[in-house]
Design a protein around this ligand. Sequence first.
Ligand SMILES: [Zn+2]
Ligand SMILES: [Zn+2]
Ligand SMILES: [Zn+2]
Length: 122
Amino acid sequence: MAEKRETRQKKEIEEIISKTNNLFTSEEIYSKIKSKGVGIATVYRFLKEMEKNREIHSFVCDRKKLYSKKEITHSHFVCESCGTRKHIILDKIDFLKKYIDEDLCHVQIELSGVCESCKKKE
Ligand SMILES: [Zn+2]
Ligand SMILES: [Zn+2]
Ligand SMILES: [Zn+2]
């Protein structure tokens, strides 16, 4: 009956994901589902599977893995002097297509430089 339990757990996770914000972490999902007896390993495995099926996308934000249901870009500007991280919305990513032959799915660009307040200090 292990399979049945697995199917039920998947359904529970799916439902929680459908109710969360567009961006979420595995820990967030786990904290909402642990009361139902679903383990963190199951959550990880399920998210991995969804990612493989391209139902969700993943980004790295502040050393944490961030999942997204819809958004396909998650980019940062990081100040080299103070480490401040700013999120950048890239709404036009089509120009990237000319650099690759592969099908483009999601995009994460990390830009580095000097932020406004560090510029003033200089
Ligand atoms: Zn993707
Ligand atoms: Zn981020
Ligand atoms: Zn700075």
